[in-house]
Design a protein around this ligand. Structure first.
Ligand code: ZN
Ligand code: ZN
Length: 258
């Protein structure tokens, strides 16, 4: 079995077909998926979904794109969710995104740290979103090394991968690992320690080869991510399945496999 550790089944494009997409995933051997809620309204959609689909688990957080909208009340709401929702396995995605027109940096950092503190208090792992913000995110995480965390959709250099691994991070690989213009991501997929990497789609985005033309990515396509990692590491797809499913259970907790 494969696990898609990061998808957005509630986002436009995928939301409208979420039940078919979940069924196609299960048929493809992707029997578990973690849907990531990224802002208050999205949290409600994601929670409603996991209550009716036993294949889907939940991570909730405030994406850095939404940092400027997040109030203290929203943080209280997230705290209640993290403490009370039985199918919630992680906090996030949260982090820093300096690409394009994101929220002001100081706000992003504040909202990020608040979620790291919450994860620490509640004993949950954290899903990190880091885009064009490697140095700042790494610096913040040096103060949170006690947390279990994954740098989702890893797209950094080999040196950045090495720095994250040294800090205790897991690396999440998406369909980008199959793209011609991303040799550095394949390099990271080759050098990641066996117990520190996960596979994900980040669907509805980032359709992998050979289904890149299908604009709405979906959890079933994580199979192609696993296939590429098998090629890079010179092992069977079966082995990638076994390794990444064990890693996901270790990261998110054994309830993921129940
Ligand atoms: Zn992300
Ligand atoms: Zn995401």
């Amino acid at each position: 079995m494969l696990i898609d550790t990061h998808c957005h089944l509630t986002y436009d494009g995928l939301r409208e077909i979420q039940d078919e997409a979940i069924s196609r995933a299960v048929a493809a051997g992707v029997e578990r998926m973690i849907t990531i809620g990224t802002h208050p309204a999205d949290h409600r959609l994601a929670d409603a979904l996991v209550l009716r689909r036993s294949e889907v688990f939940l991570a909730l957080g405030y994406h850095p794109h939404h940092a400027a909208e997040i109030t203290l009340e929203n943080m209280d709401e997230l705290r209640r969710s993290v403490m009370n929702l039985p199918r919630l396995l992680a906090v996030g995605e949260c982090g820093l995104d300096y690409h394009g027109n994101s929220a002001p940096v100081d706000l992003q950092k504040r909202v990020f740290r608040a979620q790291l503190d919450l994860a620490g208090e509640c004993g949950k792992p954290v899903v990190l979103h880091v885009r064009d913000a490697h140095a700042d995110a790494l610096e913040i995480m040096t103060n949170y090394q006690h947390l279990k965390f994954v740098v989702h959709c890893f797209t950094g250099t080999q040196e950045e991968a090495r720095q994250w691994i040294a800090l205790g991070a897991y690396l999440g690989f998406t369909g980008i690992v199959t793209y011609k213009n991303a040799p550095f991501v394949r390099q990271a997929a080759r050098m990641a320690p066996e117990d520190r990497f996960l596979v994900e789609t980040d669907s509805p985005y980032l359709s992998p080869q050979p289904v890149r033309k299908i604009r709405i990515n979906e959890p079933a396509h994580v199979v192609h991510v696993a296939e590429q990692i098998a090629v890079e590491r010179g092992i069977s797809v079966d082995m990638v399945e076994r390794i990444t499913t064990a890693n996901a259970a270790c990261f998110f907790g054994p309830s993921l496999l129940q």
